[in-house]
Structure formats: structure tokens, C-alpha cells
Design a protein around this ligand. Structure first.
Ligand SMILES: [Zn+2]
Length: 155
């Protein structure tokens, strides 16, 4: 039997390559990174306590991914610690805002829709752009509303 066996092999190959690229990647040491919180090691949790008996230390958390600060911090506390220590330096380095940033009429368009509940049925209608400065309104379709690339410039 030729053809059926061949297609099975191809499927198996794809499946293996998938698991080889995704699963080990997750646990690879080179993909681990340290929390950038300067005080991370001072929070006394069991997972931070490392080393053999008699030589234990609290140390910075290390993971393949973190949830805070663009994946750089293990907790909101650690993110805040970083900002408290380095925030001013960072702002001065990248440019402190010394004048108000302005949103002009041209850029004040936002998408809106009305909705109501009919017997537990959520219904959207009356899709439009509203200018938050001039209060001007322009009707659009539901598809245009849902299209993230559809901006007022296209109206
Ligand atoms: Zn941390």
C-alpha cells in the first residue's frame, strides 16, 4: 500500500517538528530570564529560597515569562520597586515631557455604537465615528466598526 502510508508519515513528521519547536523551547535555560526588580530577592517566598542546606540564599526569581512590565517583572511590587529606583533616570534619559502633548481635532475621532438587550440578546446598532472635540458624527457600518484598520481617514 503506497499512498496512504506516505501521507501518514508526513503528518507524523509535522506533529513531531511542532512539539520539538514549541515544548522544549518553553523550558530551555537560555530562554529563562531574571525578574528585573531590584528588591526581588528581599521578598521572602519559598520559591526564592535556593541552595543546599547550610548555604541557602534568597535570590531573584527566574522564569521563561513574566506577566508584568512587558514581561520584565515577576510582580507588580517588583515593577514598582524598579520604577521607584530608576524611573526618574529613565524618564530623563528618554526625554522628560515638559510641555503638554496635544490631541488635535484631526485625531479626536473614536468609534461608537449603541446597544440594547432584547430577551437576553445583545444587539449592536447605530455604528459611528464621533469627534470628541467637535462632537461631529459620521455613520459607519458594523463591518467598518469591527475593522481595526478602518479609520476616519477612510471615511
Ligand atoms: Zn521579582
Amino acid at each position: 500500500m503506497g499512498p496512504p502510508k506516505k501521507s501518514k508519515k508526513v503528518f507524523l513528521f509535522l506533529d513531531i517538528s511542532k512539539s520539538m519547536t514549541i515544548i522544549p523551547e518553553y523550558n530551555r535555560k537560555e530562554n529563562m530570564k531574571y525578574c528585573q526588580g531590584p528588591k526581588c530577592h528581599t521578598y521572602f517566598t519559598k520559591d526564592r529560597l535556593r541552595g543546599p542546606k547550610g548555604n541557602k540564599v534568597y535570590q531573584t526569581r527566574r522564569r521563561t515569562s513574566f506577566y508584568y512590565g512587558n514581561g520584565n517583572f515577576c510582580s507588580l511590587n517588583c515593577q514598582n520597586d524598579w520604577f521607584n529606583q530608576f524611573g526618574d533616570q529613565a524618564i530623563d534619559h528618554f526625554g522628560r515631557t515638559t510641555q503638554p502633548i496635544q490631541l488635535t481635532e484631526d485625531n479626536a475621532w473614536v468609534k461608537y455604537y449603541d446597544y440594547d438587550w432584547n430577551g437576553g440578546d445583545y444587539r449592536r446598532h447605530n455604528f459611528k465615528f464621533i469627534n470628541k472635540i467637535t462632537n461631529e458624527e459620521r455613520n459607519i457600518t458594523e463591518q467598518q466598526y469591527d475593522d481595526r484598520n478602518y479609520t476616519i481617514n477612510a471615511v
